[in-house]
Design a protein around this ligand. Structure first.
Ligand SMILES: NC(=O)c1ccc[n+]([C@@H]2O[C@H](COP(=O)([O-])OP(=O)(O)OC[C@H]3O[C@@H](n4cnc5c(N)ncnc54)[C@H](O)[C@@H]3O)[C@@H](O)[C@H]2O)c1
Ligand SMILES: O=C/C=C/C=C(\O)C(=O)O
Length: 480
């Protein structure tokens, strides 16, 4: 049994009220640890710790902040295996994925913002003819809250924490209670890297207790949140009357639009990945696949063949493509959508069933599932499933597919497969999404703005956008 503790003022601490939650291993359904269900008192203690560190951290030179963040990055890389194993065990994702993507990206987040802060600059505006100059200060906000989900645990946790710290804030952070393990281990790394105590505080617990205490805290002045749309709406309702700065990265129901003139093999291989990477539990997965009618039958046959060849297996096996879903309740939710699809006259072309793995019979495994849907209005094409389930349907024209692509309430990302430059430009202009990938998927350059429109969120992360979010602009006007 592993007992996870809160990380407050550089020390590992038990929850003040002594409430604990079970931590499950999705690959075998066993409880393998306990995590604090932190109360308001713990959040207050984390806040006070952050507050007391702020005056010093906000005045720490950019070179020194940068040095510490890059040191954290190096220590994560040095501990790659340990972190990847912990992530895979906690989340159910294949160890190969945690090693190739999750942990390297967490390290990159710290390195990137460690470098970015040394290049961050503010503007000045000369008021010509008025003998005045304005310059803008970019001051850290103070104590900020970072709340992250379970699908890419350390990747998304650090994507918030690194820019917040780089900009000179002190942080109260809460990882998902479903996947707390690597956030817990991060505390050790921060101490080893010499991050001063109190600059980062990590509290564990349920959204409704610990998360709620963070968003309600009157002196936590900004909230950076990634998670579900309903949770984001709730956070906005609580935080808006207190005039907190808010960054909300929420759900998606992303179109993957395939034209006959694409590079077929590249499209096919990438579409398998964009459908099922991380068991389809990535907000950017292309869960609605629209294929131009002239290649629809060929695509259907080739795609289903490739999906059937994916190996569902224990996350620790090197050749596993699809690991376990994150939790029993999530597995049930995804299965319920497969039933809804059938009721809505969808045809399950492959998958649709739970998988039993010998020796791990209580794990949460599901076959990768492809459903042919009769129209785009069905629930499985409109609601976020967030699992290894994609729908496919043909389209006739650019206008038709554009209308379907945009008809959902979400607007996170869209993928387009075509070699026509004009169509690329036309559709990229029209697609209602924060991110459009053309002939690729999930290629990331950390300098670019990242975020969604409509029910997929408010605000942008990444690059200087994140540093702007985590600072307040103050204009100083000097007359001479
Ligand atoms: N847009 C993005 O970048 C992005 C990235 C990853 C996941 N997501 C979305 O996240 C969802 C899946 O993640 P999830 O199930 O962990 O989401 P969730 O909204 O249930 O939880 C996310 C986090 O919010 C916390 N939380 C829950 N209720 C809260 C409250 N009342 N106050 C404060 N915090 C609270 C949770 O404890 C968790 O840490 C999906 O909808 C997915 O699309 C979006
Ligand atoms: O599941 C959501 C994935 C989010 C990815 C990022 O925030 C990113 O790549 O920066």
């Amino acid at each position: 049994m592993i007992t996870i503790k809160n990380y407050i003022k550089g020390k590992f601490q038990n929850p003040i009220q002594g409430n604990w939650l079970d931590n499950y291993n999705p690959s075998d359904g066993e409880i393998y640890g306990q995590i604090p269900n932190s109360s308001k008192e713990d959040v207050e203690s984390a806040y006070k710790s952050a507050k007391s560190a702020f005056s010093s951290w906000s005045q720490t030179t950019l070179e020194e902040r940068s040095r510490i963040l890059i040191k954290i990055s190096e220590l994560l890389e040095a501990n790659l295996d340990r972190f990847a194993e912990a992530e895979s065990k906690d989340n159910g994702k294949p160890i190969s994925l945690a090693k190739a993507i999750d942990i390297p990206r967490a390290a990159s987040n710290f390195r990137f913002f460690g470098n970015a802060i040394t290049q961050f600059a503010s503007e000045s505006h000369e008021s010509v003819g008025q003998n005045a100059i304005n310059y803008t200060l970019r001051q850290p906000i103070g104590v900020v809250g970072c709340i992250s989900p379970w699908n890419l645990p350390l990747y998304l946790f650090t994507w918030k924490i690194a820019p917040a710290l780089a900009a000179g804030n002190c942080v109260v952070a809460k990882p998902s209670e479903v996947t707390p393990m690597t956030a817990y281990l991060l505390g050790e790394i921060c101490n080893e890297a010499g991050l001063p105590e109190g600059v980062l505080n990590i509290v564990h617990g349920l959204g409704t207790t610990t998360g709620q205490a963070i968003i309600e805290h009157p002196d936590i002045k900004a909230i950076s949140f990634t998670g579900g749309t309903a949770t984001g709406a709730h956070i906005a309702r609580v935080a808006a009357p207190m005039f907190k700065k808010l960054s909300l990265e929420l759900g998606g129901k992303n179109p993957n639009i395939i034209f006959a003139d694409c590079d077929y093999e590249d499209m096919l291989n990438t579409t398998v990945r964009s459908s099922f990477a991380n068991q389809g539990q990535i907000c950017l997965c292309g869960s609605r696949i629209f294929v131009e009618a002239s290649i629809y039958d060929k695509f259907k046959k080739d795609f289903v063949e490739k999906v059937k060849a994916l190996k569902v297996g224990h996350p620790s096996e090197a050749d596993t493509n699809i690991g376990a879903l994150v939790s029993k309740s999530h597995l049930e939710k995804v299965k319920a959508y497969i039933n809804i699809a059938k009721e809505e006259k969808g045809t399950v072309l492959c998958g649709g069933n739970e998988v039993t793995i010998k020796g791990f019979e209580n794990g949460y495994y599901l076959e990768p599932t492809v459903i042919e849907v009769p129209n785009d209005d069905c629930r499985v094409n409109q609601e976020e499933i967030f699992g290894p389930v994609v729908t496919i349907m043909p389209f006739k024209s650019e206008d038709d597919v554009l209308e379907m692509a945009n008809k959902v309430k979400y607007g996170l990302s869209a993928t387009l497969w075509t070699n026509s430059l004009k169509r690329t430009m036309r559709m990229s202009n029209e697609l209602q999404a924060g991110i459009v990938w053309v002939n690729t998927w999930m290629m990331r350059d950390l300098r670019t703005p990242f975020g969604g429109v409509k029910a997929s969120g408010v605000g942008r992360e990444g690059g200087f956008e994140a540093l702007r979010f985590f600072t307040e602009a103050k204009n100083v006007c000097i007359k001479y």
